[in-house]
Design a protein around this ligand. Sequence first.
Ligand code: SOE
Length: 391
Amino acid sequence: MGSPIVVPDAPAAAVIGGGFIGPVHVEALRRIGVEVVGLLGSTPDRAAATARRIGVSRVYRDLDELLADDRVGVVHIASPNAQHFDQARKSLEAGRHVVCEKPLAITGSQTGTLRDLAGSCPTQAAAVNYNIRYYPLCREIRARIADNEIGRVLSVTGSYVQDWLLYPDDYNWRVEPDGGTNLRAVADIGTHWMDLAQYLVGEPIASVNADLATFHPRRMRPVGGSETFLSSIGRARLAEEIEVTTEDHAAVLLRFRGGIRGVFHVSQVMAGRKNSLTMEIAGSEGSFAWESESPDRLWIGSRHGPNQLLSRDPALLRPAAASSSHYPGGHVEGFPDTFKQLFLDVYGWIVEGRSTGDTATFPTFIDGDRELRLCEAIARSASEGRWVEVG
Ligand code: SOE
């Protein structure tokens, strides 16, 4: 395994967001040798508690103070979705590179503005954390489809299901309408699935037909908020009942450019499924099936011979997949490793690629904008009960 695991001379980073994913960014950045110089949280006190827990020395009072810190070269945004637009815009305008959690923002208008702003500063990285692209076997699927191994792609189907919002007293900021598309499961995990599907087959989704459901029209909101994946089980807390309009479940029909058909299901109320993305791709000569909770296994379907089960082993992978696989076969690479690989891609471009005008190989604000256009089409389709073209 010769690919680098650190980025020499990488700029330092600051992270916005001390919930579930912010610390995941910090941990992955340290693995590639990037210094994390400060944290901005929802309040200074909550940020200070998180900073102590994850060993970050400085806590900022607000975004202005973060951007006044000259040590900060890259801003990682892992705050609630409605804050992304302002934080990403100000960070780019302050000359920083940006790695923003998905979804990039809450409306297509906001993501269009960010896409254009990023385009006007081509030496600044503007990435969106579609980390699932970086599972080695996802890159293997993409490479094999590009090599025409399964022939013409006919359909892409699958799901992304979780159970952390199963009960009416499970709560998270995502449950509340965001003032944009007002989508929850689709914007949060559906965009992962759609980005991955388009990345694997190399074609954009052209139109959608969606059905959404809110199974808990009322939920108990704990006084003082709650974090992602933080279960309510066994914890009696002061709570108030609120109305809920965001979806627990979505089923979406897809038509890709070029004729590929698809369908996906997202749910955050699927008991026992903790964070499971499935992807099945049918081709005229074969098929692939992959599941994120067993990421080192790739099922390869055939009609003219035995089916195969490929266990991730860099020695058996295409170069594009092997380069993002740092551990030998049998040493499972998982969720945290995908953040490391995406950040290696971004920081490697910052240190080497941008000066030569290399186009980004990581998911950019262009991809983030496409995902919001998809969310807006899904929201409109569900509301009007018809197929909707993606803007
Ligand atoms: C919650 O659904 C969540 O943390 C998502 O926001 C992440 O993007 C996903 O990777 C794991 O689950």
